[in-house]
Write a protein that binds this ligand. Structure first.
Ligand SMILES: [Zn+2]
Length: 173
């Protein structure tokens, strides 16, 4: 009887440990999601849910996804975007986008140069998260933001048009 009871206790303990382990793993995954294209941590105020070439992705920002569509030539559907002021996912059809303002949260998520000690001069010529695209649910908020931080107002159709522009042939060594 005693052995049976201790076996039951052991099983229960394992079940609890497995559950806790699973929960911890899930929490870790939730807190440090990384964009599959830029490799940057995804900022909750700029994230986007997109479909590129039939596959679904969560990206760090709309720009990064547009660049992916440009580079691969695959069609993109922007399904949801985070509203910059609330962090809530909104319908991109209703969003007002501010493009090319002086705020770029993706570029803040990773330093331009990861180098300790004395470095040399480093000029960045391309960043797939630039120029930034920030989404707002209200036109008024987008205009107020743009008045402070620059940039131009865009709608979803403008961004879709950008995604099919070619960036020229990618040179490979
Ligand atoms: Zn980005």
């Amino acid at each position: 009887m005693r052995t049976r009871a201790s076996i039951a206790v052991t099983i229960c303990l394992f079940a609890v440990l497995a559950f806790l382990g699973g929960a911890w793993h899930f929490a870790l995954q939730r807190s440090s999601r990384v964009c599959p294209f830029s490799g940057r941590e995804i900022h909750p105020q700029t994230r986007a849910l997109v479909t590129i070439g039939g596959k679904k992705y969560e990206t760090c920002c709309v720009r990064c996804a547009i660049i992916e569509a440009q580079q691969t030539g695959m069609p993109i559907t922007i399904r949801k975007v985070a509203a910059f002021d609330t962090g809530k996912l909104i319908d991109p059809e209703r969003a007002w986008f501010v493009e090319s303002s002086n705020v770029n949260l993706c570029m803040r998520m990773a330093p331009a140069v990861q180098y300790r000690g004395r470095g040399s001069v480093y000029v960045r010529t391309f960043d797939r998260c630039s120029p930034s695209v920030l989404a707002f649910l209200s036109e008024q908020h987008a205009r107020a933001f743009s008045a402070l931080h620059g940039g131009t107002l865009k709608r979803l159709a403008d961004l879709q048009a950008e995604s099919t522009m070619t960036t020229g042939t990618v040179q490979r060594p």
